[in-house]
Design a protein around this ligand. Structure first.
Ligand SMILES: Cc1ncc(COP(=O)(O)O)c(C=O)c1O
Length: 392
């Protein structure tokens, strides 16, 4: 028997449409074309399966730009104290955390939107502002989450190529057209680790019409904020700029999903109208409030990153691997071919180290390595030495 799902799914194949519609009312297509065109997420092999396959009992994950130090004690304590409230919905406006963030950035609560991860806030921005023939303009080789959200919204995504692994702001400015609604910039950029400098941003923003929104994704802000060349978007207070930041990286809370957007209250109001009512969950909000005040954890994170970055870059240079100077908590390495990327990836897996090949980012000859804890970096270096020696 043909089920309803099979009948509706068949409608997406135009060759089936006339046959199945003979004499019958045509059912509506089940999945809109822009959703059908989305590629399904390709998960890597689960760690347990990999361990079995490769005969390894421990893996270190240097593939996802997470903070290797583990969650802040302060956040864990706050979570424990909040557990008994788990039967209650969180306070609707997330006022405590929004107030703390507003104080941190010297803005009003109305300038802050929370999300279950900054990607959730990005999704809310996409849903709040994009429709019809609006277009989004960005670069190739940046955060793929943006590409997925824009395509899922059914609007056109225009991309210019990277230039020297960085956003080519001249090309982006030249590609603005009358349908451009949002420009997405990622600073520092994931996965290349490059930054848009203050001078470059100052020059670029003059060319952006006021009605075009600029999303400045600063997920890795804390790793670059003290660099005088870095244009901290919050120091500009531009009405058409929405800043995204997160607790997932420097604050080591990726698993609990907590991020936020900052911007003009007129825009943030709509982002908050779109947001699912009780996001983020109560544990995430409590943990975020505690972590935000935990300067000690943040400075330990930054020191660990700086030391690890230095060690790994030195080793990459010694091994003659081509790397891009990074302003985040990760390093991009370019190999000669995609085959060599696969060799390095598989080889490191055998040494118990997971890194990220970047084919999905449109960079098939590149890999990205996240900075780990000292002992993880040592394991990576051992693995790199061994694998590179077999690749000569
Ligand atoms: C540039 C960038 N933006 C956003 C995110 C998503 O962060 P979150 O965990 O806050 O959703 C990531 C995560 O890797 C990222 O690299």
């Amino acid at each position: 028997m043909v089920t309803l799902i099979q009948r509706l799914a068949a409608m997406s194949d135009p060759s089936q449409m006339s046959a199945s519609s003979a004499g019958q009312p045509i059912p509506k297509r089940l999945v809109p074309p822009h959703i059908e065109a989305l590629k399904p997420y390709q998960p890597g092999r689960p760690p347990e399966q990999l361990k079995k396959e490769l005969g390894i009992d421990k893996f270190i994950n240097l593939a996802s730009n997470e903070n290797p130090l583990g969650p802040p004690e302060s956040a864990l304590k706050a979570i424990h104290e909040t557990l008994l409230d788990m039967n209650r919905y969180p306070e609707m406006g997330g006022m405590k955390l929004r107030t703390a963030l507003a104080e941190r950035y010297n803005v009003k609560v109305e300038n802050v939107a929370l999300g279950s991860g900054s990607e959730s806030t990005m999704a809310n921005i996409v849903r709040a502002f994009l429709h019809g023939d609006d277009e989004v303009l960005t670069s190739q080789g940046t955060f793929i989450g943006l590409y997925v959200l824009v395509r899922a919204q059914g609007v056109k995504l225009n991309m210019v190529p990277l230039k020297n692994y960085a956003f080519d702001l001249d090309a982006i400015a030249a590609a603005i057209n009358e349908r451009t609604k949002i420009i997405y910039l990622c600073n520092p950029n994931n996965p290349t680790g490059t930054i848009i400098t203050r001078n470059q941003f100052d020059d670029f923003i003059k060319k952006v019409p006021e009605h075009v929104l600029v999303i400045l994704d600063e997920a890795y802000y804390e790793f670059s904020g003290d660099n005088p060349a870095f244009p901290d978007s919050m120091s500009y207070r531009l009405d058409n700029v929405l800043t995204l930041r997160t607790f997932s990286k420097a604050y080591a809370m990726a698993g609990i999903r907590l991020g936020y957007g900052l911007g003009h209250e007129y825009l943030i109001d709509f982002v908050n109208r779109i947001k699912l009512p009780f996001e983020p969950n109560c544990l995430a909000q409590a943990a975020g409030l505690a972590a935000l005040a935990d300067d000690d954890f943040l400075s330990r994170t930054l020191v660990n990153n700086k030391v690890g970055m230095q060690l790994i870059t030195q080793e990459l240079d010694r091994l003659g691997l081509m790397r891009v100077p990074s302003h985040g908590n990760f390093i991009l390495v370019e190999m000669d071919t995609a085959e060599r990327v696969a060799q390095l990836h598989e080889g490191l897996l055998r040494h118990g180290v997971a890194i990220r090949p970047l084919t999905a980012f449109g960079l098939p000859t590149c890999i990205r390595i996240t900075i780990g804890k000292p002992e993880e970096n040592e394991q990576l270096i051992k693995g790199l030495r061994a694998v590179v020696a077999t690749m000569a």
